[in-house]
Design a protein around this ligand. Structure first.
Ligand SMILES: Cc1cc2nc3c(=O)[nH]c(=O)nc-3n(C[C@H](O)[C@H](O)[C@H](O)COP(=O)(O)OP(=O)(O)OC[C@H]3O[C@@H](n4cnc5c(N)ncnc54)[C@H](O)[C@@H]3O)c2cc1C
Length: 480
């Protein structure tokens, strides 16, 4: 498939998509009354994070006539999110037919982009989109966002600025020192609820040059010729193992506590309209039970990650092998396990994230005031779970909630935790590819409702003041 032909198809697709956006833009007029000016930019919505969620939110807001928006992202342009930073899988984990980012416009869909890029027939040849293609699709989709996107820019601690505005300090080469926004969308990804977590007994024992978490960028050259130990059984553990083996690791051992590795992925069962669309309307007890279920029965690694890592003769999978004690002795990492003491030159903690809102720069001032599940729901003893109880108890449209109303943090209701913080309230997948179709319109409804009711005082005067002549009487004389 020649590059020229692909470029011509992509150009044609872009033209079609822009025409579709124009044809579907009804009602097209800007309707949000501007907020009073301040010394720094005043926005209707600031979107923190320009990954897939941030882009989808911006596209959706612009289509709803909310245009005083801005996106900021700490990553360099074109490297937002995990896809080409710390993700190491070959393909996405979600099946290719998941839609949602395109906001219902087929010409903006991943499939349309892929067909333009590779030819229509290519779509039939695989089950999951290649990771690099997904990132290229997101780079293409970004071209349809009219709002400014400031990369290399980190949002700092959100604070109340009065008059229905939230103050957000920004640190970045092209960014103002701060902006004011009526609403803030935290599209901050999987670790948006806290941080990637290395268990303390490992972090305190192993020097940083011999240790990494799987979900951070690291130079794979550091594992070449080395014995690598990986703790975890999820997709990231096997993705990292495959990448380390490709990079010439002398050996890789994947260790995990469980006796068996999950082969069934009940996450797929969640993908039906009823549940994805109405998730937050389910009783708190059921949402808790689902979160508890998924927190204790993990996802299997993807088939190709398993096949790739286990195809290497120098890869060993050790079940029932928790890391009980870890020490750095004699220039190597020594790990005590039920199977005896294992020795590695480099270790990887594929141990996921933890909820620690205090660790989030953007929530540093408000974290302690954010309502958690422990503040709103008491599970039956059999389902008690401290980790889950720390998750924010978000509103039906992703709004954070103050622990107590009237304590000066009601403004949190205009901050949308469109990230993994919403796990217990909104379900395991609500901000990933497989649920955008339902979760994004839900959040948008919350934002446009708040913006509209914030100017409801103008509804009747607007109607009464409307004076655009519709009927032109022409020359016709009307007898009195
Ligand atoms: C390794 C991995 C693989 C995954 N694979 C899949 C998959 O195959 N299918 C699927 O459906 N889901 C998958 N997910 C889950 C989810 O879809 C992804 O996490 C996805 O990246 C979420 O998109 P996002 O835009 O919400 O967040 P991200 O893509 O993570 O983007 C968040 C952005 O926010 C920025 N940011 C964070 N804090 C700040 C701040 N204070 N200031 C400025 N910028 C900030 C970051 O720089 C980042 O670019 C995967 C997750 C991981 C970690």
């Amino acid at each position: 498939m020649s590059g020229d032909a692909a470029a011509a198809r992509l150009a044609a697709l872009e033209a079609r998509a822009r025409e579709d956006l124009r044809l579907m833009s009804y009602p097209a007029r800007d309707w949000v009354r501007p907020a009073p000016a301040r010394s720094d930019p005043v926005l209707d919505v600031l979107i923190v994070g320009a990954g897939q969620s941030g882009l989808a939110a911006a596209l959706a807001l612009e289509r709803e006539g909310v245009t005083r928006i801005m996106l900021v992202d700490a990553s360099p342009a074109g490297f937002e999110g995990p896809w080409e930073t710390y993700a190491r899988m070959e393909t996405l984990r979600t099946p290719k037919h998941s839609v949602g980012l395109e906001g219902g416009l087929p010409s903006l869909s991943a499939r349309a982009w892929h067909a333009a890029r590779y030819g229509a027939a290519a779509w039939e040849g695989f089950a999951r989109v290649r990771r690099h293609d997904w990132m290229d699709y997101l780079r293409w989709l970004r071209g349809f966002v009219a709002a400014p996107v400031l990369n290399d820019t980190r949002a700092g601690a959100l604070a109340d600025a009065g008059d229905g505005l939230i103050e957000v300090p920004l640190a970045g080469p092209r960014a103002p020192a701060r902006v004011f926004a009526r609403h803030v969308v935290l599209a901050t990804g999987f670790d948006g609820c806290g941080e990637w977590h290395v268990p303390e007994h490992i972090a305190s024992a192993v020097p940083p040059d011999r240790l990494t978490h799987s979900n951070v960028p690291f130079d794979l050259a550091r594992v070449a010729g080395r014995r690598v130990g990986i703790l975890g059984h999820g997709a990231s553990a096997f993705d990292t193992a495959g990448a380390a083996l490709d990079a010439g690791a002398r050996s890789v051992e994947i260790c995990y506590r469980r006796r068996d590795i999950p082969q069934i992925n009940p996450h797929r069962h969640l993908e039906y309209v009823g549940l994805l669309k109405h998730y937050p309307e389910m009783p708190a007890a059921l949402r808790w039970e689902i979160a508890h279920f998924f927190d204790t029965r993990d996802q299997p690694p993807t088939q190709n990650a398993w096949d790739k890592a286990t195809s290497y003769p120098n890869c060993r999978v050790r079940a029932g092998c928790p890391w009980l004690r870890v020490a750095f002795e004699g220039g190597e990492v020594r790990v005590d396990t039920p199977a005896g003491t294992l020795a590695y030159d480099f270790v990887v903690a594929a141990t996921g994230s933890i909820v620690r809102l205090e660790a989030r720069a953007e929530l540093a001032l408000a974290a302690r005031q954010i309502a958690r599940w422990r503040d709103r729901y008491t599970p039956p003893a059999a389902l008690a779970h401290d980790g889950l109880a720390d998750y924010p108890f978000v509103g039906a449209e992703y709004q954070l909630q103050p622990r107590e109303a009237g304590t000066g943090f009601d403004w949190l209701g205009r901050v949308y935790a469109y990230n993994f913080s919403s796990y217990v309230s909104m379900g395991p997948h609500s901000t990933s590819v497989s649920a955008h179709k339902f979760s994004m319109p839900r959040m948008l409804r919350g934002i446009t409702r708040a913006l509209f009711f914030g100017q409801i005082d103008a509804v009747m005067p607007g109607i009464a003041a409307y004076d655009e002549i519709e009927l032109n009487l022409g020359e016709k004389r009307i007898a009195a």
